[in-house]
Design a binder for this molecule. Structure first.
Ligand code: ADP
Length: 490
């Protein structure tokens, strides 16, 4: 089954605008290159400004005529639950297509992509008919009602690492709340989002409620960001793009902008960690799964000096036993790097560290070049200074920077010493220290004696330059509701 799907031809992909598959207005296409072997998988529409404007107009009309927001929440719920079922029924097919498009290892893609997306959509669908407005405690003689109204047209701009999972984090609550959406997938991971958008139509989502425009961020994404007809932007991606979105909002209609901008997450291992073997194994997976192309990846390892050398040796052993290669092989523990450009960027960070005299404990190289695909060995760089680029910037590859520390205060200072604040972890058997560290580390999530666990019930969002707003959990709805007060004299 897996084998058949992995060889199946993939037809050219078009936009989905107003319920119809549409080519680019000028007929333009772009190649979809598979990172597994560097060859062309298919082509997709290269969106124009006109295409993005047509999608925005469709979403605006669909919102304004109430074809979706005017439905009872229970009716929206029914359609979204059906959509989740259709995604789940095609999970295998979607996972394989996604892997061929973006390179994530299949075992992770199955769980983290279609199945996670279906679960997220279900969570928000189930919630929407259980959310109430408020009656304010005003003085006698007046009635203050607080209504929650859908914010309107949402522009969702998403990245390539987990398109379905992250896409669903935006689409689930936005659509459940009654908003309409223009979705811009990443250039190198658009195919599965287009597929699930078509499934939404099959589930009964009215045309125009969810529109997908593929192509370049600087054209399609920028048009969405500049539009006066878009009421809110939800984004996951780089800080550079996040800044452009805020500027575009300021230049246009002050649309609300919610950004998830990645991290440089510290994973802090104290000498009294309950199980150093487990800590090494989980920490390795915390950076090397999906080849480090994970926004919450534990990319900085802070190790108490007394166990530094022994711990780095354990990590090295785990890294060297990981199976890197064909992501369609279920045994693979880390698949391909998404694109050649991303691979080159990863290698540049390592070259710079090497030139500065840092120790490459393992990896540091492109591997499996004969496949034509983009693969990199899990890489551990030790002796890193907290100020090095490799310890300050988000590499977004399988590259771990190791920094020793001597005290809790020093660990906190290093942990908080970047512009980011997305995720973190602390390994210690000392309960008080664990809670102290959770309070002292500036991050949206701090794991204790583990790395990377999560589900849809807990919010994900960053502080500092990792962004604002939250995906997942009921808090995610805040982005998609406006509050309206009705003040009534009795
Ligand atoms: P990454 O480094 O994760 O690729 P990007 O910020 O470049 O991060 O890309 C994330 C998403 O933002 C993609 O869908 C991309 O097409 C889109 N994007 C890139 N540049 C712009 C831009 N100038 N305006 C709007 N969207 C953009």
């Amino acid at each position: 089954m897996l084998h058949d799907l992995s060889k199946a031809p993939v037809g050219p992909a078009s936009h989905l605008i107003d319920g119809l598959s549409q080519a680019a207005s000028d007929g333009g296409t772009m190649d979809v290159i598979s990172p597994l072997n560097g060859t062309r998988l298919t082509t997709m529409a290269r969106g124009t400004v006109e295409d993005a404007e047509a999608a925005i107009a469709a979403a605006r009309a669909a919102f304004d005529d109430g074809r979706w927001s005017g439905l009872a929440p229970a009716a929206r719920k029914k359609i979204l639950l059906k959509w989740a079922d259709l995604i789940e029924a095609k999970a295998q097919e979607l996972a394989v297509l996604g892997v061929r498009d973006n390179g994530t290892e299949i075992a992770m893609a199955l769980k983290a992509e279609p199945l996670s997306a279906a679960g997220t959509i279900r969570y928000f669908a189930e919630a929407i008919d259980k959310i109430y407005g408020e009656i304010a405690p005003t003085a006698p003689g007046t009635l203050g009602l607080v209504h929650k109204e859908p914010v309107g047209v949402v522009g969702a701009i998403v990245p390539w690492n987990f398109p379905l999972m992250i896409g669903a984090w935006k689409l689930g609550p936005a659509l459940a709340a009654g908003c309409t959406v223009v979705l811009k997938p990443a250039e190198t991971a658009s195919l599965t989002l287009l597929e699930i958008a078509k499934l939404a139509l099959d589930a009964g989502l009215p045309p125009g409620v969810l529109n997908v425009v593929t192509g370049e961020g600087a054209v399609v994404g920028a048009t969405i960001a500049e539009s006066n007809a878009v009421d809110a932007l939800v984004f996951t991606g780089s800080g550079a793009t996040g800044r452009r979105l805020l500027e575009a909002s300021a230049r246009s209609n002050f649309k609300r902008v919610y950004l998830e901008l990645g991290g440089k997450s510290p994973n802090v291992v104290f000498a009294d960690a309950p199980d150093l073997d487990e800590a090494a194994k989980v920490s390795a997976y915390g950076i090397f799964r999906n080849s480090g192309q994970v926004c919450v990846a534990g990319s900085r390892l802070l190790v108490e000096r007394s166990i530094h050398d022994a711990f780095v040796e354990k990590l090295k052993q785990v890294a060297e036993t990981m199976v890197v290669g064909d992501p369609l092989n279920p045994e693979t523990s880390a698949g391909a790097i998404n694109s050649e450009a991303q691979l080159e960027q990863n290698l540049r960070f390592v070259a710079e560290a090497r030139a500065a005299g840092r120790q490459i404990v393992t990896g540091g190289e492109r591997i499996l070049q004969e496949t034509g695909g983009y693969y990199m060995a899990p890489t551990i760089v030790a002796g890193v200074s907290p100020e090095d680029a490799i310890a300050q910037e988000e590499v977004f590859g399988p590259v771990l920077a190791v920094i020793p520390f001597d005290s809790e205060d020093e660990a906190v200072a290093i942990a908080n010493g970047t512009d980011f604040g997305l995720a973190a972890a602390v390994w210690t058997a000392d309960l008080s220290r664990a809670h102290r560290m959770v309070r002292r580390i500036k991050a949206g999530v701090v794991h204790v004696n583990t790395y990377g666990g999560a589900d849809v019930t807990v919010p994900l969002g960053g502080v500092k330059q990792s962004g604002n707003g939250h995906d997942k959990s009921l808090h995610a709805f805040d982005k998609f509701f406006d509050l309206k007060t009705a003040w009534i004299k009795l």
